[in-house]
Design a protein around this ligand. Structure first.
Ligand code: PHE
Length: 475
């Protein structure tokens, strides 16, 4: 696109690998390791996995490519890019929604991320080892979680530590901060993941766990599960708020976009599916060893990682050393996954401040980061520490659940719908294709992509959004 003024002074990736790793780092997060296996367990095992894969191919992958195209053509953050591509029209409000969504997601994401840092330190320090003479391990480790959420000071301290790491990486810049960080963290993440899988699948009862995970139970598949699968796909792939627009805006004009989108989607899906191979064998080990009913474990939902998991780690074969090793590896994996995602959330907000408000990057990163830290405090306190912020309080549900539901079920799908409509109808497929063909003259799936982005994705998202709004209003 020669007619677009070059906006290169904003900085950019040193290589395509850097871009793909950063985008995959954004996508691979708590949503994969904590969210996906839980969603599978609660929605009929392998059947859910199949629906999820369909959602990815028909909706998420086309939207991923659309975001990257908007970013590279617009050479700006979501707001600036849309203003640049379609000046004088209201389309940029989709970008505004994206930046707001970034703020909100990071404010509650950093709370869970803070827990992972806390648990990593605890696990490395031997806290997951069952103390001599303690019979009731459930009570003991339930205590670790209870202790943490009952100690608002701790929780807030760990959110602060996590936000500080995020701010430092983003403030250092795209190449020197984000790219350098993901080039170290993503290989570490892959190694930890593989080591943990090896440990898990060789536990007693592992085979049963894997079978439960992967064999489809079609009866458990209902409209609700399909809705969840799409929401999960957007959240897990970081779609619908302009992360991929922002990261794509730092990409050179000669890199192939469709294959980049393909790599990111494949990495994210593979890691989500692999994460189940850590989680389910461990759950079935617990079932086999203690006769705990499977339903109880599955119903633990979000508590699985922070309550059930730590209980099991103390009982893994190999003694205390094995517990420390497995426990710290598992929580370090979560810290790394969360950090590379948080960096992308903050980067969307920072890029907006830098491009459109002309703030220097460091100032933008620090001010946005500190504001988000303060916004995180109500979420951190909404697990019982402060009654009126928690479940059954002023709002009925906890602040955390409210923000999570709002972004996961409404803002991200709405944003993705807006982006699909923008490319399919607003900005136009000719322009989008031109941008892709610039670096990929033989874009073979062009026709299919056009149909997906113009018709299939918008219709699917609208149906699902209506279903969700109905579920939220009428239970
Ligand atoms: N994709 C991240 C995860 O799986 C979460 C995320 C959502 C990050 C939206 C950025 C934008 O945990």
């Amino acid at each position: 696109m020669n007619n677009i003024p070059n906006n290169n002074h904003r900085g950019g990736w040193g290589s395509r690998l850097g871009f793909v790793l950063a985008a995959a780092g954004s996508a691979v997060g708590l949503g994969n390791i904590w969210g996906f296996p839980t969603a599978v367990a609660q929605n009929g095992g392998g059947g859910f996995v199949l629906v999820y894969i369909l959602c990815i191919l028909l909706v998420a992958l086309p939207v991923m490519l659309a975001e990257m195209v908007i970013g590279r053509a617009g050479e700006r953050n979501p707001v600036g890019a849309m203003k640049h591509l379609k000046p004088g029209t209201p389309w940029y409000w989709i970008g505004v929604l994206g930046v707001v969504t970034g703020f909100v997601i990071l404010s509650f994401y950093s709370v869970i991320a803070g827990w992972t840092v806390y648990y990593f330190i605890q696990a490395a320090g031997g806290a997951l080892v069952v103390p001599e003479g303690v019979e009731d391990t459930a009570g003991y480790f339930g205590g670790l979680f209870g202790e943490m959420i009952a100690n608002p000071g701790y929780e807030i301290l760990f959110v602060a530590i996590f936000m500080l790491m995020t701010i430092l990486i983003v403030a250092a810049g795209v190449r020197k901060g984000i790219e350098r960080a993901v080039k170290i963290m993503m290989p570490m993440l892959a190694i930890l993941l593989l080591a943990l899988i090896l440990r898990s699948v060789t536990l007693d009862g592992a085979g049963e766990g894997v079978r439960f995970y992967l064999i489809p139970n079609i009866e458990a598949l209902n409209a609700r599960a399909v809705t969840l699968a799409l929401g999960q796909a957007f959240f897990s792939m970081s779609l619908g708020m302009g992360v991929m627009i922002t990261y794509g805006s730092y990409l050179s004009k000669d890199e192939c976009l469709p294959s980049s989108a393909g790599y990111v989607v494949a990495t994210d899906s593979i890691i989500a599916i692999l994460a189940g191979l850590i989680v389910f064998p461990v759950i079935f080990f617990m079932v086999a060893a203690h006769g705990v009913p499977l339903e109880n474990l599955v119903a633990a939902g979000a508590g699985l990682v922070f309550v059930v998991f730590p209980q099991i780690m103390g009982e893994l074969p190999g003694g205390d050393a094995a517990t420390v090793l497995f426990g710290s590896a598992f929580f370090l994996l979560l810290v790394l996954a969360a950090l590379t995602s948080a960096v992308s959330l903050l980067e969307v907000v920072v890029a907006h401040f830098v491009d459109d408000w002309k703030l220097p990057r460091k100032k933008a990163a620090w001010s946005a980061g500190v504001i988000i830290f303060f916004l995180a405090i109500p979420s951190a306190l909404s697990f019982g520490a402060v009654g009126w912020l928690s479940e059954g309080g002023l709002l009925g549900i906890s602040v955390f659940d409210l923000l999570y539901t709002l972004t996961f079920q409404i803002f991200l799908p709405l944003g993705a719908l807006g982006l699909a409509l923008f490319v399919g109808w607003g900005w136009g497929l000719e322009h989008a294709s031109e941008e892709i063909r610039h670096s990929t003259p033989d874009f073979r799936l062009e026709k299919a992509w056009h149909i997906m982005i113009r018709y299939v994705a918008p219709v699917a998202i609208i149906v699902i959004l209506l279903n969700q709004i109905h579920a939220i209003l009428f239970g």
